[in-house]
Design a protein around this ligand. Structure first.
Ligand SMILES: [Zn+2]
Length: 472
């Protein structure tokens, strides 16, 4: 037996890492909690162990690829002697030399077929290999710059072209696709999830001007900050509720490759905002029915029927100390609240509902009003433009982008004017008690209390990643 080393090019890994990093920079999708259920189940099978208090690092190991070296049987020297007798040559015995690898790089517009043929694979063989590959990975998904490692087996007599034995693709940092020649002929393919090591990180700090900047200062990754702000957008008015000396805490997942490279960040498991001395913690909890959501310490879902900040809060600075924009509250003259934000900042539907008006409306400029249940409506004025297909009668989901901040109508600068109407009358959004969402009860609440205690203990056991202490 000899060991054949299959090298996975470093360039490829870094390309995949770059792709992964790019993905992580993408804003959280409209469901509000970034990571989908499937992703969680595939990548973090030992989810339950996240709640363990004695360990904070879980190693997810796929035993199949616990080693980077893959053993492949090579024909022994004795068989080589037999192979020298031409009449007795069996197809397998002609190929008894050391196999070798060839790396091909995907060029712009290349098809898998072109790559294989160019690398010296016979057309029919290439076709068979691609057919096998297609069962686990679409060959259309290959991207320029990606590498394909092909393995060949030389013919000992040099009578035939080198035999194509298979290939390896690494679509991203977390998975590998292998195609291999089968002894009985043809090819087989499999997709392997690479082991990732899960670590929990903790970030905390005082909020100086905005939660976004404070979290950046504490080295919290951007994708986590966006999720954090979203998680609180139901409850917190990010332009008016943040005051000097407010603070945040967050505990979230990071996934590393065996080589120690950061593959991606994961979920927020625990967070807390302290606003005017009032601490508001939230905990990620998976209910018995498999629903993953954030709940406050009383088991009340962090999601409400309506959002207090129906805008991408990462782009808002808090109201205090920001004198350039008049941040108006609700008065007799001004029956809404304003969010000063750069032109083009996405505006979200504050709750599920149906659009009852979308168009120009006097001083409001470009204006959308959504009807929700419980006789509430919400209105969004001065938009620069609407998102696609925003018309009367259209159903929208909470958190869906309906338009973008602008300054149309009677307005002095880019901002969102937001109104909450109850039974057709404007109400003060600063005062309105947001209709609440789901509340955990009975056995589920007991389960939640356990989750909560475990998360708190884990959080306390983690070292601080960065401390932001601002002395004024
Ligand atoms: Zn206004």
């Amino acid at each position: 037996m000899t060991l054949r080393r299959i090298t996975i090019s470093v360039a490829l890994i870094s390309a995949a890492l770059a792709a992964a990093t790019f993905m992580m920079g993408t804003p959280v999708p409209t469901n509000g909690y970034g990571v989908s259920e499937t992703e969680v189940s595939v990548l973090t099978p030992p989810k339950k162990s996240s709640a363990k208090t004695d360990t904070v690092v879980d190693k997810i190991v796929d035993p199949v690829i616990a080693h980077k070296e893959i053993e492949t049987p090579t024909v022994s020297v004795v068989t080589a002697a037999i192979a020298a007798v031409p009449t007795e040559t069996k197809p397998e015995e002609k190929y008894n030399k050391e196999p070798y690898d060839k790396t091909a790089r995907v060029g712009k517009g290349d098809t898998m077929m072109e790559i294989l043929v160019k690398a010296g694979v016979e057309r029919k063989e290439a076709h068979n290999a691609i057919t096998a590959l297609s069962k686990v990975y679409s060959p259309r998904k290959i991207r320029p710059g990606q590498e394909v490692t092909l393995t060949f087996q030389p013919d000992s007599q040099g009578a035939n072209p080198d035999r194509f034995d298979g290939m390896i693709l690494v679509p991203d940092i977390e998975e590998e696709v292998r195609v291999r020649r089968k002894i009985e002929g043809g090819f087989s393919a499999k997709k392997i999830s690479k082991p990732l090591i899960r670590k929990l990180s903790r970030g905390a700090g005082a909020i100086d001007s905005s939660l976004y900047l404070a979290a950046m200062d504490a080295d919290v990754p951007q994708s986590v900050i966006v999720e954090l702000i979203r998680a609180y957008s139901w409850d917190v008015d990010f332009q008016r509720d943040i005051q000097k000396n407010d603070a945040f805490e967050v505990m979230y997942e990071r996934f590393y490759t065996e080589e120690g490279k950061l593959a991606r960040t994961g979920d927020i498991l625990f967070a807390s905002l302290t606003l005017r001395g009032d601490r508001k913690p939230i905990y990620q909890h998976k209910t018995k029915n498999g629903l993953i959501d954030f709940f406050d310490d009383k088991g009340q879902s962090a999601k409400k029927a309506l959002m207090r900040t129906p805008i991408n809060g990462a782009r808002l600075s808090s109201g205090y100390g920001k004198r350039r924009h008049p941040i108006l509250g609700y008065t007799k003259m001004h029956k809404g609240v304003d969010f000063a934000a750069p032109r083009g900042t996405p505006i979200y539907a504050a709750g599920d509902g149906v659009i009852e008006f979308a168009g120009r409306k006097g001083g409001y400029g470009k204006y959308i009003r959504i009807r929700h249940t419980n006789s509430y409506s919400t209105a969004y004025a001065h938009q620069s433009r609407f998102a696609k297909k925003m018309y009367k009668g259209r159903r929208v989901k909470q958190g869906q982008v309906i338009g973008y901040v602008g300054t149309t109508g009677r307005s002095t600068g880019p901002h969102l004017h937001y109104e909450i109407l109850h039974k057709g009358r404007q109400t003060n959004p600063l005062r309105v008690k947001m209709p609440s969402g789901r509340k955990l009860k009975g056995k589920e609440f007991a389960r939640f209390k356990k989750t909560k205690a475990e998360l708190e203990q884990t959080y306390a056991s983690l070292p601080m990643e960065a401390v932001v202490a601002r002395v004024q």
